[in-house]
Design a protein around this ligand. Structure first.
Ligand code: G3H
Ligand code: 13P
Ligand code: ZN
Length: 287
């Protein structure tokens, strides 16, 4: 069933577990994610980026995700979220056309002042429509896209600035940078746990989100959840699960003529991967 993202995050925080926010760009990935939540009867978030909205079409993707949640999630609660909105226009499309119940405004490449100004504008618009807002402060780099070296001290979230952003904008959740990076690329050798603790202490009521979590193992997840992370964003690992299933299916049997024969195994492979992640985030500090 559909659940409000913000309620899913707070419920996880109160109960001492974390959830996954999983990216979809095509129907079968969304079905794999919802199928995993249904099978495990555990909550999660399905999210789309502006590039996926452009790929599928803004008049189509919202309906697909909403129906996927409605018909494939069973008793699990699934929230629908805009990931990495970069502009006010992105956010407006997601709220007014897609029907998301939360948005991310990623102004992390801007100065603090500009980040606060744009984020505040988004919060004012979103809140009046009952939509929650996630912001990002510091940067979670795309190593490989951004260039090969990162000065972690420069890009990680500064706790005092995080407090200011929360106080001046009224955001509902914050994506933090503690040495995490998107994709399977080099991250900081050890995440800056002390920094995460400081952030949590300064903004104890704001759910903290970990982007770039595809390559996070059990130990790192446990350390993060015990310090206040309630949600891990996963995209790359699902893309790999999908593509490797397609390759395995196609290479030995390239006489296939029915695309569904390829896509159904890819969907299953995504579901298996999502189930693995949901359990890891849920059980991080429970056993
Ligand atoms: O962090 C965002 C995704 O992993 C990549 O976004 O859908 O724009 O490629 P994309
Ligand atoms: P990964 O690239 O590690 O899957 O991170 C995804 C993400 O942060 C989406 O917002
Ligand atoms: Zn991200």
């Amino acid at each position: 069933m559909r659940g409000k993202t913000i309620d899913i995050l707070h419920e996880a925080g109160r109960s001492g577990y974390a959830v996954g926010a999983f990216n979809t760009s095509i129907t079968e990935i969304g079905q794999g994610i919802a199928g995993a939540a249904r099978h495990l009867k555990k909550n999660c978030i399905i999210q789309v980026t502006p590039t996926s909205i452009e790929y599928v079409g803004e008049d189509i993707i919202g309906a697909i995700v909403q129906k996927t949640i409605e018909y494939n999630s069973g008793k699990a609660k699934i929230g629908f979220h805009l990931d990495h909105g970069k502009s006010f226009a992105d956010v407006k499309v997601a709220i007014d056309k897609l029907g998301v119940d939360s948005v991310m405004i990623d102004a992390s490449t801007k100065s603090l002042e500009e980040n606060i100004a744009l984020t505040k504008m988004v919060v004012d618009y979103a809140h009046q429509k009952g939509v929650a807002v996630q912001a990002e402060l510091g940067r979670v780099p795309y190593i490989g896209r951004d260039g090969q070296t990162v000065s972690w001290e420069e890009v990680m979230t500064k706790p005092e600035e995080a407090k200011r952003l929360v106080e001046e904008t009224g955001i509902d959740a914050l994506a933090v940078g503690i040495g995490n990076a998107h994709g399977f690329f080099r991250e900081r050798k050890v995440p800056d746990w002390e920094r995460l603790e400081k952030i949590k202490k300064l903004i104890p009521k704001t759910p903290l989100i970990m982007h770039g979590a595809s390559d996070w193992d059990k130990e790192k997840v446990k350390n993060a959840v015990s310090r206040g992370i309630v949600c891990f964003n996963v995209d790359t690992d699902l893309r790999l699960a999908f593509i490797s299933a397609v390759c395995n299916k196609v290479i030995p049997k390239c006489d296939l003529i029915d695309p569904r024969k390829i896509l159904e195994v890819a969907r299953e492979s995504v579901q298996i991967k999502v189930e693995e992640k949901i359990e890891m985030f849920f059980n991080a500090i429970q056993n």
